[in-house]
Structure formats: structure tokens, C-alpha cells
Ligand binder design. Structure first.
Ligand code: 2NL
Length: 344
């Protein structure tokens, strides 16, 4: 007849083998219930202790407890090993390389005209010019009359205009009417303003002309403002916009609202003045028009030409962008073709 000691020893060996053989946590739990559970093999044996000779009970009881402790330790060790293995398997299966660079998020950007417009405004703002905004819808009087362009002046042929159904109301053909508004608002105080904005002309759309485009105009009025101030301001602008070593030249010109008038050229930025197709082999690019404000226009702005004088200039950011990037068709600016826009 087998003794209870032999039963315990056999049970321990069997349980240890079962623990080692448990392939996963579920199987291990089944083994635990079978050997260590409340209705398990060990509990059954421990209940049988009551039938033993009281003299044998302490020694057998101690053995049973030792077996129980060793089994529990074995279960715990196996449980940890299986858990670690399960984690390792899951990590390998769901491998995620957190060091991989993310997918780029497509980001928008400013339109090339806006970028150039802002750059121009920033340079003049640094020289003390304030940004002045005025309406796109203007009166004939502000757009032409006040700028010394009377009804039958030949210059009006150059600015074919979008007229509204309201008599005498039109889309501005240049930002200049805003300069009149600025002068009237601030006179007789001295002013330095820069006027960026959209202009409209009723023209055939071609590679060189659009019906809407931007203009940036500037105006400085005060006592003893001279042509020297005009040249110094515009040369500084050209050096910041196109590079500090860029050559600049002024040529005489004509505008109805300035006298004298001039055009400013800068050394071609494509060929560095050597001559190329962009500058038509002259080495120079025309960048802006300028001049001393015509006394009649000063007066229309509310200033006394005997006391005040001023200089003004105007330029087209699209034209500058085209020269800079050798864009050969102005229509790209309004085409909304991402292949064009994404290059800037
Ligand atoms: C150009 C030339 C110019 C002005 C604009 C101006 C405005 C007032 C008085 C006097 Cl209120 N002048 N503006 C002066 C000279 C030239 O623009 O080629 N623009 C694209």
C-alpha cells in the first residue's frame, strides 16, 4: 500500500512535469486548478491528513506544505516566463518602428504675388512708410480727374476701364486714387504711405497683360521733400529687394501725375548685367515708375505746393515676380495650377 508520503512525492513530480509542459497561460491555469485548486489533488490529500495517526500528522503536514510552496513557486515562475514569451510574440507580430519619419502633411503657402507684395511692403515699412488701404471700387473723379488725367487726356487710352452701371463709378485702374485719399486724410501733416492692392483694366488677356493685377504705390509728402529723397529711398529699396551690390539707374519718363518723372532700372538678375533674352541684351530691367508729385495732384490732396512737395512711385509685383523667376506668361498667376503655384 502506498503511503501518503509517496503519494505527495508522486504528485509533486507529476505537477512539476505538467507545469513545465503547459504551452500557454490558459493551459497553465488548468494545471493550477487541477493540482492546487480548492477541489484539486493537493487539497484532497490534505483533507486525508485527518485520518492519520496523530503522531505522523506534523511531519506529513510539513511535507504537504513544502510541496505546496514548491509547486506555487514553480507556477509563478512558469507564469512569468509564459507572459514574457506572449509579450515578445505580440511585439514581434505588431512591430511598429516609431523612428520612421512621418508622412509629410501637405501645407499651403502664400501666392507668389502675395509673397512679393509683402516683401515690398516690409522693406518700405522698415523705412517708415505706413500701409494704407483703400477701396477697389472708385469714382471716375478719384481714379482720373484728381490725378491730372482729364476726360480727353490721351493717357486715358492706356487705361481702358471696367465701368459699373452706376454713372461715374468704376474699378480702379491703379492704386493712385488711394494716395489722394491718404493725402486728404492726413494733410497738412507729412505722410509716408505704401499702398498695395488689386487693379483692373479692361484689356485683351494675353501672355503680357491681365485684366486684374497687383500694384504697389508709395508716396511721401512733406516740407522740402526732394528728388534726392526719391533716389535714396528707391535705391535702398532696390538694394534690399535685389541685393546690395545691384547697379541701379534712373531714366527720364512721363506720367500725368508726376513732374519730373522717371523710370528705375536694376541690373538684370538673370545674367547679372551681361545681357540675356530676359533683359533683351541690355543688361537692365525696368522695375518701377516714379517722380515728384505734380503740383496739381498735391493740391487735389489738400497740400499747398508752395509749402509741401512729395515723391511717388509705382510698381507691379507680378512683373517683378516674372522677371525674377523667368515666368513667360502672366496668365499663370490666375490659373490656379498647383504645378505652377507649388514652385514658390
Ligand atoms: C508704374 C508707375 C507710378 C505714381 C505711380 C502717383 C500717385 C500720386 C501722385 C503721383 Cl497720388 N504719383 N503714383 C507715380 C509715378 C509712377 O507708377 O509703372 N506703375 C506700375
Amino acid at each position: 500500500m502506498t503511503t501518503i508520503r509517496e503519494t505527495l512525492t508522486a504528485l509533486e513530480a507529476e505537477a512539476m512535469a505538467a507545469v513545465a509542459a503547459a504551452a500557454d497561460q490558459q493551459a497553465l491555469e488548468q494545471v493550477r486548478v487541477r493540482f492546487l485548486g480548492r477541489k484539486g489533488a493537493l487539497s484532497t490529500i490534505l483533507r486525508g491528513l485527518a485520518d492519520l495517526d496523530p503522531a505522523d500528522r506534523p511531519a506529513v503536514g510539513k511535507l504537504a506544505n513544502d510541496v505546496k510552496q514548491r509547486l506555487e513557486a514553480a507556477f509563478e515562475g512558469r507564469r512569468e516566463a509564459l507572459e514574457a514569451a506572449a509579450l515578445a510574440a505580440a511585439t514581434a507580430a505588431e512591430r511598429l518602428d516609431v523612428t520612421l519619419p512621418g508622412r509629410p502633411v501637405p501645407s499651403g503657402r502664400l501666392h507668389p504675388s502675395t509673397q512679393v507684395l509683402r516683401r515690398i511692403c516690409q522693406i518700405f515699412a522698415d523705412m517708415g512708410f505706413q500701409i494704407y488701404r483703400s477701396p477697389d471700387v472708385e469714382t471716375d473723379e478719384m481714379n482720373f480727374e484728381m490725378l491730372n488725367i482729364p476726360a480727353h487726356h490721351p493717357a486715358r487710352d492706356m487705361w481702358d476701364t471696367f465701368y459699373t452701371t452706376t454713372e461715374g463709378v468704376l474699378l480702379r485702374t491703379h492704386t493712385s486714387p488711394g494716395q489722394i485719399r491718404a493725402m486728404r486724410q492726413y494733410c497738412p501733416e507729412p505722410i509716408r504711405v505704401i499702398l498695395p492692392g488689386m487693379c483692373y483694366r479692361y484689356e485683351q488677356i494675353t501672355a503680357r497683360s491681365e485684366i486684374q493685377f497687383h500694384q504697389v504705390e508709395g508716396l511721401a509728402v512733406g516740407r522740402q521733400v526732394t528728388m534726392t529723397d526719391l533716389k535714396g529711398t528707391l535705391v535702398s529699396f532696390a538694394h534690399r529687394m535685389f541685393g546690395p551690390t545691384r547697379q541701379v539707374r534712373f531714366r527720364a519718363s512721363h506720367f500725368p501725375f508726376t513732374e519730373p518723372s522717371a523710370e528705375m532700372d536694376v541690373e538684370c538678375m538673370i545674367c547679372e548685367g551681361k545681357g540675356c533674352t530676359v533683359c533683351k541684351h541690355s543688361g537692365w530691367l525696368e522695375i518701377l515708375g516714379c517722380g515728384m508729385v505734380h503740383p496739381v495732384v498735391l493740391q487735389n490732396g489738400g497740400y499747398d505746393p508752395a509749402v509741401h512737395s512729395g515723391f511717388a512711385f509705382g510698381m507691379g509685383p507680378e512683373r517683378i515676380t516674372m522677371l525674377r523667376h523667368r515666368i513667360e506668361d502672366i496668365r499663370y498667376f490666375w490659373k490656379n495650377d498647383l504645378r505652377f503655384l507649388e514652385q514658390f
